[in-house]
Design a protein around this ligand. Structure first.
Ligand code: ADP
Ligand code: MG
Length: 286
């Protein structure tokens, strides 16, 4: 049977905007020693601004417009920034295909239009020397196999990310890790700024699941691994954690479904707060 105070713990959590899907996760939260995080929308705001536009021969507005016609159907925060800059409305739906961890594919005048990262460009045979970003993430555009230019977009670190990482360490978490699909440069820069213990970059969702397996293998028998993500494309990773924590998940049904803990807002401090509630609950139980 479940100790009554566990219901108290789940109730206390729900009053602070945290949904815990069972008393077993309260128990597991007590034993979390490693916390892995998605970057975009979790540690960073997930609100990109276009910081540079570098076309090959189109005008800058024409490059933005071209990219936006492919991005308009994408839920990715990078897509939203480009679509907003182009002034396109989401009524301008195109038949684009989401290439998770890479970008999008659309068709323009019967020709393939790819918009995404360097990995995507290599995959589709665009072998041009791609320019690198200064601070942001580079979004490359290729039409009919021809490189058209790059759009640099930048995100900002959430104001409570550093305090949250610090609080987790005080709560007994030993290891913090960022798992991101973004490139090495951006991932390392963000990791350094926030002081996270380890950074793994250029990961597709299945690579993130593999990294979770490796992290789990380093833990002792009673130690648990948590993953925190905003849910976008990360449902398999959430499911692979001992405690999958979906953040700001009001937008994603799939994330709410596969998470064990759902944080109703996107404040990183909600993570140590949840662990603190689990600890208090345990003290009452014993
Ligand atoms: P994260 O792991 O940081 O949440 P994602 O897995 O969502 O990142 O995406 C990884 C990378 O794939 C992004 O940094 C970006 O380079 C590229 N990407 C994904 N979706 C898009 C998109 N719609 N438009 C452009 N680039 C994209
Ligand atoms: Mg993500």
């Amino acid at each position: 049977s479940v100790p009554l105070s566990y219901f108290g713990g789940i109730g206390a959590a729900s009053r602070s905007g945290v949904l815990i899907k069972g008393s077993n996760y309260l128990e597991a939260l007590n034993q979390v020693k490693t916390v892995a995080f998605d970057k975009t929308g979790t540690l960073t705001r997930g609100e990109f601004a276009v910081v540079n536009v570098a076309p090959v021969r189109l005008s800058k507005p024409a490059l933005i417009k071209l990219a936006a016609t492919a991005e308009v159907a994408s839920p990715h925060p990078i897509a939203k920034s480009i679509v907003a800059m182009a002034g396109l409305s989401t009524d301008n739906q195109s038949a684009a295909e989401e290439l998770v961890g890479l970008g999008v594919k659309a068709t323009q005048d019967g020709q393939p239009l790819y918009v995404g990262n360097a990995k995507l460009m290599r995959q589709v045979g665009v072998m041009t020397d791609l320019p690198e970003g200064t601070t942001g993430t580079m979004v490359y555009v290729a039409l009919a196999g021809q490189y058209q230019g790059a759009i640099e977009v930048a995100d900002a670190i959430k104001e409570n990310t550093v305090p949250a990482l610090r609080a987790l360490k005080q709560d007994g978490v030993k290891h913090t890790v960022m798992l991101t699909g973004d490139n090495r440069q951006v991932g390392q820069a963000v990791g350094q700024q926030i002081g996270i213990d380890a950074v793994k970059t250029e990961l597709l969702p299945q690579d993130k699941v593999a990294e979770m397996g490796a992290l789990k293998a380093q833990l002792g028998s009673k130690e648990k691994l948590a993953f925190v993500g905003d849910g976008l494309n990360d449902t398999p990773v959430l499911a692979s954690a001992d405690v999958g924590i979906a953040m700001g998940a009001l937008g994603s049904d799939a994330a709410i479904e596969s998470a064990d803990v759902v944080l109703m807002n996107d404040d990183p401090l909600a993570i140590p707060r949840t662990i603190a509630i689990a600890k208090r609950t345990k003290q009452i139980v014993w």
